[in-house]
Design a protein around this ligand. Sequence first.
Ligand SMILES: [Zn+2]
Length: 498
Amino acid sequence: MAAATEIQLSLKVVMVKESNKVLYAEIDSNFADVLLSFLTLPLGTIVRLLIKHYGNNAPILGSLNSLYASLLNLDSSHFSSEAGKLMLLNPRNSLETECRKLKLQIDDTPPVQYFVCGNWTCASMYYSVKCLCPNSANTMTRTDLEIEEQSDDESVFTEKTSSFLLLDNLQIRTNTLASFFQILKSNGIKDTNALEERTLIVGLKEVNLCNIELLVFLPPLCFITFVFFIYICSHQIMELLKGSLLSKTPITDMVHLISSATATCNERKEFSACYFLPESKRRKQISSDSKRITVKVLVQKSTNRFLLTEACKDFIDLLFSLLDIPLGRVQSLLGSNTCLGSINNLFWSMRNLELLKHIKRIDSLMEPKIPPHYLSLHQVFSLDKKSSPLIYKQQDSNRVKSFGSASPGSGYTQMKMIDPKGEDGFVKGPTTFMVSDDMVVSPTSSTFILKTLNHLKIPIHDVEEKEVEVGLEEALSILKASLTSICALSEGLKPFLK
Ligand SMILES: [Zn+2]
């Protein structure tokens, strides 16, 4: 990442004077790249970044915050490997190489490091991993990996010279006269005197006051009655990320420096209980290979209230793996029907044919892949994984190199790449686990069940156990509920209870 003081992005915002709301913002490709990069962030990274930035005031993203916290607190002994737990806590972005070119980065996940075993035969992206050599002490040593550059293309997700019009609800349009007049018309703007322009400078550090003089000489557009400038810091990019998930008007929120959390509490009531796949998609997505997991649910008979869920390691793997799914993939899995603030609009905008001419890697943004080693052997969701990099050791030396998709030529031996979590999954059996309604996971404990029943004042005769089979449709329903509801399991599973 470049030095903090060097990074600034600007956007021109056109406001409706009367309502003091943003009509649209004119953004360049650098800003559009940052915005589109939100779709590449895994859910776990988003939760981690929001907690890191906002501390105790971090917005609550459904049940994902409590799921992440319980992952952090669950003892490493319940995982197939220590590295597996680290992988889940710090999910990798399969487009991290592209995202490192962004002018303003909010994801602070460190770059991949590579480790090799004492025999220089096995390689891993994590330190605490057992190697495959029979007579090795399994000691892994960090090594510098030389990567053969594939391209020197500096653009990330949009063509460098492109500019766009961004609506307050994150719909993105091409910057053309047709788009401009369509926006005015659809908002009933007949007189351009009703509008005013502001220029926002977004950067890692607030700009000095002396910069104001420079900006004042920028020519205002003819239809704007007057122009003034606002200076804001990178905090606003985090506000934009937060707003994209929680607010219907994230750009206005950003301009006003208003927390969007209050507005979204009301919007959450619109949450529709479960996600049912449309029949056509159901036939396509549910194959005979889809894994099904049986879980037991403890409910209060008299109220049908969801108390606890007991499940094996496969279900816990499924829950923790929700944190690895990139936001763009969540949108495509749920048909963009997520009830999240405005990110759905950004996602659907990319289907605009005119816009497609300006956006690169459209498939990667709409269906980002899962990074290598993150998928379990039998997964419920049908997700594509990014291939593990091929790593070669130069014979007669200790140089380790990756050639991307190119051939290494002679003089190189391919190293064995180790799956840090083990092929069977992240969580270790045969222990069973209990999961609360907000997805807090802990090993099954009868003491805990008694405490819960005592605390809720529920007599034993009022409790019954039900069974539910979790396959693709149920898992999608849990995923959808986890984004917006603090009762993710009951919201997600209730419609499927026998
Ligand atoms: Zn080895």
